[in-house]
Design a binder for this molecule. Structure first.
Ligand SMILES: C[S@@+](CC[C@H](N)C(=O)[O-])C[C@H]1O[C@@H](n2cnc3c(N)ncnc32)[C@H](O)[C@@H]1O
Length: 221
């Protein structure tokens, strides 16, 4: 998609219900916009793992997917067992709906949700896979590695694949409670299958462009 095709419907967040103190995403906007011209599809399919109230998802729907395309969001929202989880689900789905763009929200933990998506995508005759994937769910290294492994199988060749929190300051980077070791393990295992667009390891996000074909890797009986 060329940069000129990306139309901004709205840069205002007034029309959305976001908690002002939970704006972790805005800092990424200029860099993400510079990546849009790399998305080849005129109908970008976006997958997000970890959506909270939908700031990053709303941004992608109203910019990258402003004319065509869609998003699938995965977030456990406490499996709707708590008031807080139900409230987040309400805000998230309401915010996504306000964009007027197509979305789907899977209120599950990422592993079962990604597995369900893999099965669905496998059954498609055409159009399987995603062009932009944002891994921003659990901060644990092992969860991040699992999320990335499953999501990578859903990534089309050329997919922009983004990890958040590579330099998260809340835990030591070597801790299992920090995503860093999971991201590093993924990067080592899949070396040769991507171009690393974020060259500086000091960057908060790791951004890849997938250079190999999509491979779901298993068959349904
Ligand atoms: C940092 S927030 C996402 C922020 C959002 N992408 C944004 O930029 O506004 C992380 C989200 O991941 C969700 N999450 C954490 N672990 C998860 C898991 N294992 N499966 C699904 N969602 C998870 C949390 O519920 C939370 O909403």
């Amino acid at each position: 998609m060329s940069a000129s095709k990306v139309t901004e419907i709205s840069t205002s967040t007034d029309e959305y219900e976001f908690t002002p103190t939970q704006s972790w995403f805005a800092i990424n906007i200029p860099y993400w916009k510079s990546l849009f011209p790399l998305v080849a599809s005129g109908e970008p399919r976006v997958l997000e793992i970890g959506s909270w109230e939908g700031r990053s998802a709303v941004f992608l729907l109203t910019t990258l997917c402003a004319q065509r395309g869609e998003i699938v969001c995965i977030d456990h929202v406490d499996l709707m067992h708590t008031h807080e989880g139900r409230e987040r689900h309400r805000k998230l789905t309401q915010n996504l709906a306000r964009t007027g763009r197509p979305f789907r929200m899977l209120p599950q933990f990422s592993v079962p949700a990604l597995y369900a998506l893999l099965k669905e995508e496998m059954l498609k005759d055409a159009g399987a896979g995603f062009d932009w994937i944002y891994v921003d769910g659990s901060h644990r290294a092992d969860d991040t590695l699992l999320d990335a492994e499953l999501a990578w199988r859903l990534a089309r060749e050329g997919c922009i694949f983004i990890f958040d929190d590579y330099n998260w300051p809340e835990q030591p980077v070597e801790s299992i409670e920090h995503p860093r070791r999971g991201i590093d393990a993924f990067l080592a295992l899949h070396a040769g299958e991507y171009e690393r667009l974020s060259e500086n390891p000091e960057q908060y996000q790791v951004v890849l462009k997938k250079t190999c074909k999509m491979r779901i890797g298993f068959l349904l009986e």
